[in-house]
Design a protein around this ligand. Sequence first.
Ligand code: ATP
Length: 239
Amino acid sequence: MLSARNLEVVYDDVVRALRGVSLDVPDGRIVALLGSNGAGKTSLLRSLTGLLDVHHGEVTKGTVSLDGDDLRRTPPEKIVKRGVRQVLEGRRVFVELSVEENLKVGAHTARSLMAQNLERVYGLFPVLADRRGKTAGYLSGGEQQMLAMGRAMMSSPRYLLLDEPSLGLAPLMVAAIRDVIVEINQEGTGILLVEQNAAMALSIAHHGYVMETGRVVLDKPAAELNADDDVREFYLGLH
Ligand code: ATP
């Protein structure tokens, strides 16, 4: 299990982004992490993948752990090797490389399994198979999101952490991304899904957390969050 306990995160020694956050991502589950802009969702993801340093942030209290092992001093590449893989917001792909080259770059932790993983990723994302020789910069926004996810899947992660995968995409593409998240999960990968699109996230999640200004204010099974009218209106903006 991937866990955060009573986590406090501070940027530049002054900005308190997380004020005592606890969250669990159990194996093989989909966990939705919801909340408005600036609530601290991205900071929590960065804490789990060792990427706070790059953003001048640090854990000032609490722990981040994988199967009970403290990850706070573990470098990001070691965290990836242990099976925790993050797809960054903004679907960063190498725009000058082809689709297949992008995927091969993603495989750096498991070269021996490259061919097998390529086939698996092309199975998950047939549109990437169709475009394998195309320059990634010419893909649509949704296809680039798929490529960013496909690249992460090249290392067969145990956990996939997704930061707003539906951002800016048309409804049909959002539905396609949702379906592929479900498929990836059904193959055994645990998912932490950060989303503004609460309806989409809760439609597939097992559990949901809602954050507000650096704290978790709700921590419940997704079905309960979805069924609660007050929660829907006040926290999720759904009616
Ligand atoms: P968004 O949906 O806008 O990404 P979020 O819920 O992911 O929001 P964070 O990005 O984690 O929230 O931001 C939490 C708080 O930390 C905000 O007040 C934000 O301004 C601040 N913050 C985030 N990154 C940095 C940084 N690199 N330096 C300083 N402050 C930061």
